[in-house]
Design a protein around this ligand. Structure first.
Ligand code: DMJ
Length: 631
């Protein structure tokens, strides 16, 4: 059978130029010399005279017009000048100012921030949001403020809040993980107070913690802390040399802290005898060692590259990217099962260990980063990186062939597991963690542009369309994992009723759900940790398909979080059992509730121009990094 031209090849020269910022001067001159004017007028002398007159007029207007080139509040406009620019403005002439390149600003962020109080956030001139979605987005912002308030009051500086016992706990090595994970969400939402408080805490304490703390997990620290610092650096205009000092520290503080942390994390790579890093790092002496048992998780070692690559880009030091990319280059050489990989790998031998294959815990973000690291290269993607896209495509075909099944009686599409490899039995078990996959599949299919535009431009292969369809089917299943329970919240793990597998009496408790007999929830799996994966996928699918049902589903999930996980005194809590009412509450607010869950819900209800998917790639902890060459 002849295969369609891979999208990757077609996409290599994909031109995003029309979305790039161009200065006013450039726009005028380009249109003069590329439009019909050029053809029709330049040939006759009257035409030449008119063109000269226009240029003269424009230059005159620009010399006499003094308003700033960006629509930022005047106090802010001062704040964002670099020293260099200040000198140019104070000492230079208007004419010199004319030739200065307009500064590139960070992305347009919150639609509801009206730029008051020197807020750094720009307001889209024209909001297309209906008032219902503006209200709902505000409710998510209120939820974030409530979560931050609880954390700040009872646990500031600890990794996580225990909202019921009203204290903090350090489960992630003691780097104040919630502070850093939450910071860019606060920036995106325009919660200035939290931006200030988190930023000041980072400036005052984080370096000291990094110097003195003991053991941390390489993966968790990279995706939450390093990722959070780097996206904060970007969103505050760090790459543009800006100095948005009004809320929190100068962006360079985030970058310098990130470098200090990453230099220590690098020991996990350099201490290992292979390209597979050890899983644990002792920060205070920059040493590293394997996890007890000696093995690393496949997803952990392959989910570091977006962060280390971006750090190399902004720091100008290639060492971070080089070490992290060795891992994926090594994975390229390893034997796989139709692109699928076991969930453990040995840093001692560099080989996979065992045959357990799944897209849930320990496997998930390996598949996510294959496509996202490829996308991160943007227009500079070249032959050296296509292996990532090839590995992703092969893996997704493996998923479709070996892991995707339908439940009975009502045919929900789900992704199961192969705990004993290809020749062992199939398990109808699906972790909630697998619900990242619909979003990743949709992103991989259109590369972040809308489905409509991709179809119009004839950019989708048969495989892309198949992946998009699978994404939509799986997103529905993930949503039904919520609506099948009494609380409207998903369990950590679900099983699906198939010809081979059924256990009676283990439904989710919502007897009116059409899928009450399709989804089985074992007693040990009934907890909910406020995880983001489903709302993450709803966000990607809404942006890409523009189907409003994804927003409605997101809203239902948000309402369930509000109803059952909100703690009056501050914060939100994990639950022990989503199938009983009232649900028994656990005493923990995970950092990713602020870093991911609320961020994705907020973006889902907002304008698609905020952190656009063809210009940004989100790390697995929802920290956005710019795609090379687009911003
Ligand atoms: C997050 O830390 C990341 O999304 C990770 O990839 C998986 N687990 C949590 C959220 O569930």
């Amino acid at each position: 059978m002849s295969r369609p031209l891979p999208y990757s090849v077609k996409d290599l020269n994909y031109d995003n130029a029309k979305f790039r910022h161009r200065s006013f001067f450039k726009v005028i001159t380009q249109s003069l010399f590329t439009s019909n004017l050029k053809r029709d007028c330049m040939s006759c002398s009257t035409g030449k005279f008119l063109v000269a007159l226009m240029i003269f007029g424009i230059v005159y207007l620009m010399l006499t017009h003094t308003s700033p080139s960006h629509s930022v509040p005047s106090g802010l406009a001062k704040g964002i000048r670099t020293n260099k620019e200040d000198k140019a403005i104070d000492g230079g002439s208007s004419f010199r100012r004319l030739w200065r390149r307009a500064p590139r600003l960070p992305p347009r962020l919150s639609p509801d921030e009206k730029g008051g109080n020197g807020s750094f956030i720009q307001v889209p001139m024209n909001t297309k949001l209906g008032s219902e979605w503006i209200d709902r987005q505000q409710k998510v912002k209120d939820a974030f403020i409530h979560a931050w308030y609880g954390y700040k009051k009872y646990a500031m500086g600890y990794d996580e809040l225990m909202p019921l016992s009203q204290q903090g706990t350090d489960g992630l090595g003691g780097l104040g993980a919630t502070v850093v994970d939450a910071l860019d969400t606060a920036m995106i939402m325009g919660v200035d107070e939290a931006v200030s408080e988190a930023g000041s805490w980072i400036e005052r304490h984080l370096l000291d913690r990094i110097h003195h703390k003991g053991q941390v997990n390489l993966f968790e620290t990279t995706i939450r802390v390093l990722g959070g610092l780097l996206s904060a650096y970007h969103l505050r205009g760090g790459e543009q040399g800006m100095n948005l000092t009004s809320k929190g520290p100068r962006p360079i503080v985030y970058l310098e802290t990130a470098k200090n942390l990453a230099d220590r994390l690098l020991s996990a790579f350099t201490s290992s005898p292979t390209s597979i890093p050890f899983s644990d790092v002792v920060l205070r002496d920059s040493s590293a060692h394997p996890a007890p048992g000696g093995l690393s998780s496949t997803s952990e070692v392959s989910t570091l590259q977006l962060e280390f690559n971006y750090l190399s880009t902004v720091s100008g030091d290639p060492k971070y990217s080089m070490e992290a990319m060795k891992v994926l280059e090594h994975f390229k050489t390893l034997p796989k099962v139709e692109g699928l990989v076991p969930i453990y790998i040995s840093p001692q031998s560099g080989e996979f260990s065992g045959e357990d294959i799944r897209l849930g815990s320990r496997g998930d973000s390996y598949y996510e980063y294959l496509i996202k690291v490829w996308l991160q290269q943007g227009t500079s993607r070249n032959a050296n990186w296509t292996y990532l896209h090839d590995m992703y495509e092969e893996a997704m075909n493996g998923v479709k062939h070996l892991l995707v099944r339908k439940s009975i009686p009502n045919g929900l599409t789900f992704v199961g597991e192969l705990p004993y490899g290809k020749n062992g039995g199939f398990s109808a078990k699906m972790d909630h963690l697998v619900c990242f996959l619909p979003g990743t599949l949709a992103l991989g299919a259109t590369k972040g542009i809308t489905k409509e535009r991709a179809m119009k431009d004839n950019l989708l292969t048969f495989e892309d369309l198949e992946n998009l369809k699978l994404a939509e089917d799986l997103a529905k299943t993930c949503f039904e994992m919520y609506s099948v329970t009494s609380t409207g919240l998903s369990p950590e793990i679900a099983y699906f009723h198939t010809e081979e597998f059924y256990e009676g009496g283990l439904d989710g408790g919502n007897k009116s759900s059409e899928y009450v007999n399709d989804i089985i929830i074992k007693r040990a799996d009934r907890h909910n940790l406020l995880r983001p994966e489903t709302v993450e996928s709803l966000f990607f699918l809404y942006r890409i398909t523009e189907d409003p049902k994804y927003r409605e589903w997101g809203w239902q999930i948000f309402e369930a979080f509000e109803k059952y996980t909100k703690v009056t005194s501050g914060g939100y809590t994990s639950l022990d059992d989503v199938t009983t009412l009232p649900p028994h509450r656990r005493d923990k607010m995970e950092t990713f509730f602020l870093g991911e869950t609320l961020k994705y819900l907020y973006l889902l209800f907002g304008e698609s121009s905020v952190i656009p998917l063809d210009k940004y790639v989100f790390n697995t902890e929802a920290h956005p990094f710019p795609i090379k060459g687009t911003i």
